[in-house]
Write a protein that binds this ligand. Sequence first.
Ligand code: UD1
Ligand code: UDP
Length: 382
Amino acid sequence: MKKIAVIFGTRPDTIKMAPIILELKKNPKQFQLLSIATAQHRQMLDQVLKVFNIKPDYDLNIMRPKQTLASITKNTIEALDTVFEKEKPDMVLVQGDTTTTFVGSLAAFYRQIPVGHVEAGLRTNDKANPFPEEINRRLTGAITELHFAPTSTAKKALLKENIDPQNIFITGNTVIDALKVAVKKNYKFSIMKLNELVKEKKKIILLTMHRRENWGEPMQGACNAVKKLSETYPDYNFVFPVHLNPIVREIVYPTLGNLKNVHLIEPLDYLDFVNLLSKSHLIITDSGGVQEEGPHFGIPILVLRKVTERPEAVKYGTVKLVGLDENKIYQTAQKLLNNKAAYEKMASSANPYGDGLSAKRTVQIIKNYFGLSKAEIKEFNP
Ligand code: UD1
Ligand code: UDP
């Protein structure tokens, strides 16, 4: 019996870790699950925990309003170390690129516990974009023992960094495992307004923004572009679940708050969000996870970033990197909304990120690592 500590703390790493938690629970004779929430996010984490019915064994409750990177790091590392000292896990799993991810791996390293990194190998090779996530990933990668790469591109990036190929596995991304279970044809939204919006003739343009490197002027430019779009296209509904970060809200609400066809709403729970996403016409976002979810349904995405660590869907054509320039965002969206052929060219569903079996593969690889099984691993191959 091996004790596996699973660390999570924000909305995206918890959504993507949930399928692995559920899979570990299916193997109670081989694994003792120790789930640890740093709670780097609070309300947005609780929404995810509720949807997946996860009750953490430890909740470090570290979130503070307008927290700094240093304060998250400091509060998390000490609290995690105390848990590791008491529980002595055999392996620590972390996911993605948040401060929770990096600090989780560092705390494990200090206690000489092997780390498994879920969603390993995503790189832009630009320290400032995304900030600080590019560096969080590289530092986590340097500590990691088992690298669960979602795609062959991610594996190649790890090989370039001289990671032992025997420790890299192409698993696909667990975001697709979660998506396949969550999205239903006749889904009823928990929020009445969403049931009404999806019934309307007006098509939906879904928006999200939160990235640190976009705070201030770049985000203001993106919001100005959305304002102009909403005025040019009164026949579309713009739906924007606004991240709880006050720095984001201080830009979004004054710019977009009083427009008839722009619906600023609170962060949606995961089920409402992905079901709304699946019914949207166009997505404008700076999110990482949303860039992986949109292509699954063939929904064109304009990505508000200079570079992306997820180049696969750009290559397939479903995602366009539009940057943060107000005019470029406006003109690119305008072209898609005016020109059916341009829209159709982007709107083809692609599956570069997963097949729904990523958690199964990941847990099987962990079994093999501990000698609990010798099953052959069939890697994800889109
Ligand atoms: C964090 C991650 C980012 C990820 C994003 C997902 C880091 C450095 N950043 O960024 O990689 O893409 O989560 O959303 O790890 N807040 C609340 N309630 C919540 C969540 C946040 O009030 O449930 C507010 C708080 O004031 C908090 C602030 O948002 O201080 C920022 O949260 P933080 O986790 O530091 O950064 P994010 O921008 O959310
Ligand atoms: N999401 C959600 N509710 C929302 C917006 C997003 O549940 O109102 C989900 C979305 O389905 C995706 C994840 O949150 O799985 C993305 O999180 P976010 O954009 O905050 O972080 P990132 O992926 O950029 O790190």
